[in-house]
Design a binder for this molecule. Structure first.
Ligand SMILES: [Zn+2]
Length: 279
């Protein structure tokens, strides 16, 4: 009996040590990366190449710098279809990804895209195989053109051209795909990320379903909408699209969808409608 307990205790002990040790090493590595100075060149790129950086208030901006340093140092960026991922691309992608969690508790020690290993960057929109099953169960094999994809917990794919075009269009593929990633943290991509309490979930789902149905009804009636119609394609897309609007057009979102804005403000723990437009 004692021998059996002993034999069970050894692998359990090793597993606990391994998991705890890995978290310890990660914290140490991240603290060291966060301490590195933030290059002036990186600031220039962010001022010129992103829509949001100059609006971020100073105390959040220094936190954002730390997170960007960690993200760039820790994640692997892979160029696809012949693209060479430049340092500038890494910094811009990292900035948007980090903005979503800039005020999150525990970050950067944990809950900071911990399982994400690589970001695959395509030069232009890319084609993926797509299987469609209609209401009668008929399956059609085809393909889809995408500007980004939250592939799984290890990989996110984005098109650089869409990131560049986003400056003019207000669509933000990085915010969009990383919002999907956060949505998946509670194991399901259903438009409700991990919210912590049953009360928060109830409130979230009441506001989101109301807004989602309202958008679908408006589109059905042919009315113009502030939110991109793509948001009406699925609850998960609704969350990703409203996340883009929350950071890209916060004042308009708050004005037109106050309840939605408030839920996002609570979840992301930032209030971009109050950020200074002049920078
Ligand atoms: Zn999406």
């Amino acid at each position: 009996m004692l021998l059996l307990l002993f034999l069970i205790a050894i692998p359990v002990g090793i597993a606990v040590w391994f998991v705890g040790g890995e978290a310890w090493w990660r914290r140490r590595r991240r603290a060291a990366l966060a301490r590195q100075p933030f290059p002036t060149q990186w600031q220039h790129w962010l001022q010129a190449r992103t829509s949001i950086y100059t609006r971020v208030p100073p105390q959040l901006r220094s936190r954002l710098h730390e997170l960007i340093r960690i993200f760039v140092g820790e994640k692997s960026f892979v160029g696809c279809n012949g693209l060479t991922v430049t340092e500038e691309m890494r910094v811009v992608i990292a900035a948007y990804a980090c903005l979503l969690v800039v005020n999150r508790p525990d970050v950067p020690s944990s809950h900071f895209y911990d399982d994400l290993f690589s970001i695959l960057v395509y030069p232009t929109p890319f084609i993926v195989p797509h299987t469609h099953r209609d209401g009668h169960g008929v399956v059609t094999e085809g393909s889809r053109v995408l500007s980004g994809q939250a592939w799984d917990s290890r990989r996110i794919i984005v098109s650089w051209q869409d990131i560049e075009d986003g400056l003019a269009t207000g669509h933000n593929v990085v915010l969009h795909e990383f919002a999907h990633y956060l949505d998946m943290e509670d194991e399901t991509m259903d438009g409700a990320p991990g919210l912590g309490s049953a009360r928060a979930y109830r409130e979230w789902s009441r506001v989101f379903w109301e807004e989602y149905d309202r958008l679908r009804a408006a589109l059905g009636a042919g009315q113009p909408t502030f939110l991109d119609p793509y948001a009406a394609s699925a609850p998960a897309e609704f969350f990703a699209v409203v996340t883009e609007a929350f950071f890209e057009k916060p004042r308009e979102l708050e004005m037109q969808h106050a309840g939605l804005y408030e839920q996002l403000r609570r979840y992301y723990r930032v209030d971009p409608a109050r950020w200074d437009v002049s920078g």
